[in-house]
Design a protein around this ligand. Structure first.
Ligand code: NAD
Length: 468
């Protein structure tokens, strides 16, 4: 679906009119054009507080990018930044800065207490206004849950407020800010997330906090086709977000089984035949669905690597006016079906080692929504399911969720115009996301290199003002 306002406001007349009327002026987001394009270009400034461990670990990743690297120097509190990689040039933040930065990366893993927070000001105050459009801020800290001392946990938790606020300040230029909280010793698991959050793939992801844990395996992957040899099941793949997920996983090398209800077969076949995938007609709420899906996977592939529970429905009514089948259907499609499918795949040992399960929640599942008690209940349940399963899964299998905000699909096109317009603008980037934004986030979860990313719920919502 097209956002007419976004197009008008980016014409010279529209821009002037929006400015004089005080209306939002969203900037068109730069999304991925080619899979072999460098994950970041332009001038990137890297800073680190004393004792930080992340910059040294990601130095070679940053050095291998197409960016010109600079490391903050001339400041006592930022003295470890020189580990940014061999190519990094020192930059004194106390002198005049000429560059426009495409990214600011800050390693705060060394923060031990509130006094250290001053290093954030020292690094970002002279540089934040030098950030170009569609730029990235990435802060790396230590997960507060793993800090033994309260002052350290306080300083690490403080990063969340900092990053979420920066996101709101830079969003009007189409820029994003995100935080990676790593567990001690998880330095080797940072790479895939650093690449994702600095790249055009995360154009609509802002204000998010990702927990990265230690894992046994984070193999080097081919960044252009990291899913080569993997088999993916995508439910609800005939249109909207599901079709974008199927195409994106296929682009990254996976063989895709697209699933949808029988009436959607024509559309589904169009999607799957374009990507050399297979189409499976199935209503996931049918009691035979888990067996049917497992049989299909077993017969054609002998197992599955990536399971993407995308199929979803809304049946909106205020609770007092809601017929019981609205409640039952919404819980069944959005929540119960995925649990039953996973259970069957696990029972028959069809989920392969280092597999990935991704569920789709929603910002309604985080913040609640008028007229959506059924949908919000189901989508909150998805988060509970993901968090519990993340602690239980074995053999390198991870499970994560995405929580989309306003994404331009047939689901949101069906909204009344005022609600639709409010949904589009009420986020830091002042625009709706595209299905591909959700798909790219899922592709990052699915990468073999994301083995340390487990039990997360990442919102793809342009940092919606709704919810936390
Ligand atoms: P959509 O309605 O365009 O697509 C959903 C797909 O799921 C359809 O192809 C539909 O046929 C399929 N489906 C529905 N019930 C099914 C069943 N019982 N068995 C098999 N397939 C079934 O929706 P979308 O906007 O692409 O949303 C995809 C997912 O993202 C859903 O889980 C939705 O709740 C979630 N989501 C969407 C938005 C948004 O803004 N579009 C926001 C938050 C969350």
């Amino acid at each position: 679906m097209s956002d007419l306002y976004l197009r008008i406001v980016n014409t010279p007349v529209g821009k002037t009119a929006a400015q004089s009327l005080g209306l939002p002026a969203p900037v068109p987001l730069k999304r991925l054009k080619r899979t072999d394009q460098p994950f970041i270009e332009g001038d990137v400034l890297v800073g680190a507080a004393s004792g930080g461990k992340a910059i040294a670990a990601i130095g070679s990743t940053l050095s291998a990018s197409a960016a010109t690297l600079h490391h903050a120097s001339g400041n006592e509190r930022l003295k470890d930044s020189s580990k940014a990689g061999n190519k990094a040039r020192p930059m004194d933040l106390n002198s005049e800065i000429d560059q426009k930065f495409s990214a600011l990366v800050f390693d705060a893993t060394g923060f031990k207490g509130p006094d250290d927070l001053r290093a954030l000001y020292d690094f970002f105050h002279p540089t934040i206004k030098k950030l170009g459009g569609n730029a990235r801020v990435l802060v790396i800290g230590q997960n507060p849950a793993t800090c033994r001392k309260a002052p350290q946990a306080a300083a690490q938790q403080a990063l969340e407020g900092f990053v979420r606020s920066i996101g709101k300040e830079i969003g009007k230029k189409g820029s994003t800010a995100n935080l990676l909280w790593m567990a001690p010793g998880a330095e080797q698991q940072l790479e895939s997330s650093v690449r994702f959050f600095l790249s055009a793939r995360s154009a609509y992801v802002s204000g998010q906090v990702v927990r990265i844990g230690k894992s046994d395996s984070a193999p080097a992957t081919n960044p252009v086709a990291p899913l080569t040899g993997k088999v993916a099941l995508v439910t609800g793949a005939s249109r909207g977000i599901g079709a974008a997920i199927a195409k994106t996983l296929a682009r990254d090398g996976a063989t895709v089984i697209g699933l949808d209800i029988p009436p959607a077969m024509e559309d589904l076949q169009r999607v799957t035949s374009a990507i050399n995938g297979k189409a499976l007609a199935c209503d996931i709420t049918d009691e035979k669905a888990p067996t049917l899906i497992a049989d299909f996977i077993d017969e054609h592939f002998g197992g599955v690597d990536l399971v993407i529970h995308n199929a979803g429905i809304t049946r909106d009514k205020t609770l007092g006016n809601m017929p019981e089948h609205f409640w039952d259907m919404t819980i069944a499609v959005n929540l119960t079906a995925e649990e039953l499918i996973d259970e069957e795949l696990a029972k028959r040992e069809l989920m392969k080692e280092n597999g990935r399960i991704v569920c789709i929640s929603s910002i309604s599942g985080i913040a609640g929504n008028f007229g959506q008690t059924n949908y919000s209940t189901a989508k909150s349940g998805v988060i509970g399911y993901v968090e519990a399963m993340a602690r239980q899964l074995k053999k390198g299998v991870t499970i994560n969720a995405v929580a989309p905000g306003f994404i331009e699909t047939q689901m949101t096109a069906a909204m009344p115009v005022t609600i639709r317009e409010a949904g589009r603008r009420m986020n830091s980037l002042s625009q709706g996301g595209q299905p591909v934004d959700v798909a790219e986030t899922i592709a990052w979860y699915c990468s073999p290199a994301s083995s340390g990313v487990n039990g997360n719920v990442v919102r793809v919502c342009g940092q919606s003002l709704i919810g936390k």
